[in-house]
Design a protein around this ligand. Sequence first.
Ligand code: AMP
Ligand code: GLY
Length: 424
Amino acid sequence: MKVLIIGSGGREHAIAASVAKSPRVSKIYCAPGNAGIGTVAECVPIGAMEFDALVAFAKENEIDLTIVGMDDPLVGGIVDVFEAAGLKVFGPRANAAILEGSKAFSKDLMKKYGIPTAAYETFDDPQKAITYLETAKMPIVLKADGLALGKGVLICNTKEEAIAGVHEIMMDKKFGDAGNHMVVEEFMTGREVSVLSFVDGKTIRIMASAQDHKRAKDGDQGLNTGGMGTFSPSPFFTDEVRAFCEANIFQKTVDAMASEGRPFKGVIFFGLMLTEDGPKVLEYNARFGDPEAQVVLPRMKNDIIDVMEACVDGTLDQIALEFEDNAAVCVVLASDGYPVSYEKGFVISGLEKFDEEDGYYCFHAGTKKNENGDFITNGGRVLGVTAKGATLPEARANAYQATEWVSFENKYMRHDIGKAIDEA
Ligand code: AMP
Ligand code: GLY
């Protein structure tokens, strides 16, 4: 069969590498893709938001399954457009992708169905938000309602910071229309765990757990980024935590969406915080995490096409997910200066050393080819270097060793990805 993947980051490279392992697949396209994805798929220069052009491409090339990796097209309704054209597509419809697309929606859903999350208020009037914050307990968390490239969350330590935050989000519209509404949330503390799942509208199957490192610098210092590295599994996602989430969060979320007339098909990403009062939902995403996908998918034993088709067809109850009994660590190689400003266009060497058969992967996030056919840097996050190991410490040692194979000017990485596992 022929598969089209929509997106252009390390996540889509990891999806493409998984799809390429399926004996059922004869051809993979990726729109728009990147240079690394081009080694496993044919990249086509159509943007992820060009729905009509994507549908036309899928029809012309008789695509059997389209997989949407990114949040923007999902929230924008790409799945509805593909379905209306009679095309098979993996991902939630717009009315379900709202689980990620509106934080106010997801908070209200959790409240209505008793799913544990931080206490909150929503505002559409900045003056009312400011009045509320005058007497609220600090620290406090402000969240732009809509999609904001993972950046629309402000943690405020003082009343002054919080009021400045309202200006930023709601009045200056730093995150655009995402700031038309705002959620103000209780500040929680605890370890974070990412749990990805496949969902077919009724049934949910949990993938191996993972943890992301969002801050730019070692010791969780510096600015928030798209993610500087991940490890899987998370030793903090114990059997006890899992049992709690199974009873109170996972299936409840799927059932809540179905009850609201918004059956969710695709991937639900649960961003959890393990607080003193038990696990709580920090956020939902309606897609694979990036770089979480880069440590979770290489460990999955199932044929990803079988699983995704079962999600689309509503037969996920007949599938048992299986993961390798090992660990994986992904270290992101970024351009120095990310996430603020950085140079691009440097030649990358050492990529030929990676061999998936040995458990080493180099997923491309921001690369392209120059006129000589060399891979060059083309973004803030450039590569995701993933290695497996029998244990987390072994996977971490392997991943850091593999980061040494790769050279490019201004190469930057964190040196403490997975360090928290030493405390487990
Ligand atoms: P989100 O995009 O909602 O996951 O938020 C981004 C990051 O902000 C999370 O990964 C947390 O580190 C932090 N965060 C979000 N909500 C809270 C909260 N209520 N309390 C403490 N930290 C939070
Ligand atoms: N790694 C976090 C995300 O994909 O949103």
